[in-house]
Design a protein around this ligand. Structure first.
Ligand code: NAD
Ligand code: TYD
Length: 335
C-alpha cells in the first residue's frame, strides 16, 4: 500500500493526478493538503469524498504545524508538490503570494520531509524556468533564465529542492513539464478561457501578434509521466516532460473556434503581456530514453477537452463570476 502526500490536489493537475492514481492503484492512500485558493476546487474530487483511502486537509504548505501533523499521522512514502500560484498574468500584478507559496512553501515541505524521511520527494517544476528559446529545445542541463515572477519563483523552488538532495541526500526528483490542457483547468489559462469564452460568444483575447509558441501536453499524459518517474526515475535528477505539440497561440485559437463552430470575428488581438516569453520548447530524450513517451494524440485530446467544457458548464460557469469577473474586467480592459 503506497501513501501519496499530494499538495495542491484540488487544482487542475493535482486533481487529475489523484484521479489517475485511484484509477490505477486499488490500494493507494492519498493525503491531499490544499489551501483552497481561488484555483482550488473541492468539486474536482467530489467523487472521492467517501473513500476510506482519501484524506483531505485544508491548509497551507507554508504552515509547518499542519505539514508535520500530516507526516506524523500518515507517514507518507511519496510527497508530490503541486501546490503553487500558477498564473503568469497574476504574478505580473501581485507577485507576493507566488514568492511565499512557490518558494517558502516548497522550503517548508523540504524541511519537514528531511526531518521525517520518505521514499521520494517530487518537486513539480515547469518548462518556464528555462525562459524563452527562439530555436532549438532546452535540455535538463541548460541554464535557467526565468523571465517573470511566476517562473522565477518556480526556479527558486526547483533549485532549492535540488539543494536538499545535494546537501542532505533527500530523495528529490524534479520534473519540468510543458503547458498542460484537459478537464478541470481553471478558466484563466489560454485553452479553458478561450473554449469557455467561445461557448459564451465572448471575445478570445490574443496577446500581441499571437505567434508565441507553447508545447501542449495532455494532463493524463503528464500524470502518467509523474508516476513513471516515481517508479523509474533516478533521485537527484531532473526530467523534462513534453507533449511534442508546439503550436502558436493563433493556431490554438483557430482550432477552438473551428471545434466550437464560432466565427473568426471572436478572435481579438490585444496589448501584449509584459515580458511575454516567445517560445517554450523541451528536449525530452532523457525521459524517452528511460522508456516513457506521451500517448495522447493532440487533436483527439483537444476535441475531448473542448467537449468536456461544453458538457460541464456547471463546473466552470460559477468560476467565471464574482471575484474572477472583477479580475477579468480589470485585466482585459481592452475587450
Ligand atoms: P492550479 O493553479 O490549477 O492549482 C494550484 C493548487 O494549489 C490549487 O488547488 C490551490 O488551492 C493550491 N494552493 C495554492 N497555494 C497553496 C498553498 N500555499 N498551500 C496549499 N495549497 C495551495 O495549478 P496547476 O495548473 O494544477 O499546476 C500544478 C503544478 O504544476 C504547479 O506547481 C505548476 O507550477 C506546475 N505546472 C503547471 C503547468 C500547467 O500547464 N498548468 C505546467 C507545468 C508545471
Ligand atoms: P497561459 O495559459 O497563461 O500559460 P503560460 O503563459 O504559462 O504559458 O498562456 C499560454 C499562452 O497564451 C501564452 O503565450 C499567453 C497566451 N494568452 C493569450 O494570448 N491570451 C490570454 O488571454 C491568455 C490567458 C494567454
Amino acid at each position: 500500500m503506497k501513501k501519496y502526500f499530494i499538495t495542491g490536489g484540488c487544482g487542475f493537475i493535482g486533481s487529475n493526478f489523484i484521479r489517475y492514481i485511484f484509477n490505477h492503484d486499488d490500494s493507494a492512500v492519498i493525503i491531499n493538503l490544499d489551501k483552497l485558493t481561488y484555483a482550488g476546487n473541492l468539486k474536482n474530487l467530489a467523487e472521492f469524498n467517501n473513500s476510506e483511502r482519501y484524506f483531505f486537509y485544508q491548509g497551507d504548505i507554508c504552515d509547518s504545524k499542519i505539514v508535520k501533523e500530516i507526516f506524523k499521522k500518515h507517514k507518507p512514502d511519496y510527497l508530490i508538490n503541486f501546490a503553487a500560484e500558477t498564473h503568469v498574468d497574476r504574478s505580473l500584478g501581485e507577485p507576493d503570494d507566488f514568492i511565499q507559496t512557490d518558494i517558502f512553501g516548497a522550503f517548508n515541505l523540504l524541511e519537514t520531509a528531511r526531518e521525517f524521511g520518505l521514499e521520494r520527494f517530487i518537486q513539480i517544476s515547469t518548462d518556464e524556468v528555462y525562459g524563452s528559446i527562439e530555436k532549438g529545445s532546452f535540455s535538463e542541463t541548460d541554464a535557467l533564465m526565468p523571465r517573470n515572477p511566476y517562473s522565477a519563483s518556480k526556479a527558486g523552488a526547483d533549485r532549492l529542492a535540488y539543494s536538499y538532495f545535494a546537501t542532505y541526500d533527500l530523495p528529490v526528483i524534479i520534473t519540468r513539464a510543458s503547458n498542460n490542457y484537459g478537464p478541470y483547468q481553471f478558466p484563466e489559462k489560454l485553452i479553458p478561457l478561450f473554449v469557455t469564452n467561445a461557448i459564451e460568444d465572448k471575445k478570445l483575447p490574443v496577446y500581441g501578434d499571437g505567434k508565441n509558441v507553447r508545447d501542449w501536453l495532455y494532463v493524463d499524459d503528464h500524470c502518467e509521466a509523474i508516476q513513471y518517474i516515481i517508479d523509474s526515475g533516478k533521485v537527484g535528477e531532473i526530467y523534462n516532460i513534453g507533449g511534442g505539440n508546439e503550436l502558436t497561440n493563433i493556431q490554438i485559437t483557430d482550432l477552438i473556434l473551428k471545434e466550437t463552430n464560432k466565427p473568426e470575428s471572436l478572435k481579438q488581438f490585444i496589448r501584449d503581456r509584459l515580458g511575454h516569453d516567445r517560445r517554450y520548447s523541451l528536449n525530452c530524450e532523457k525521459l524517452t530514453n528511460i522508456g516513457w513517451r506521451p500517448k495522447h494524440d493532440f487533436h483527439k485530446a483537444m476535441k475531448f477537452t473542448i467537449d468536456w467544457y461544453k458538457q460541464n458548464g456547471d463546473w466552470w460557469k460559477p468560476l467565471k463570476s464574482g471575484e474572477y469577473l472583477k479580475y477579468y474586467k480589470k485585466h482585459y480592459k481592452e475587450l
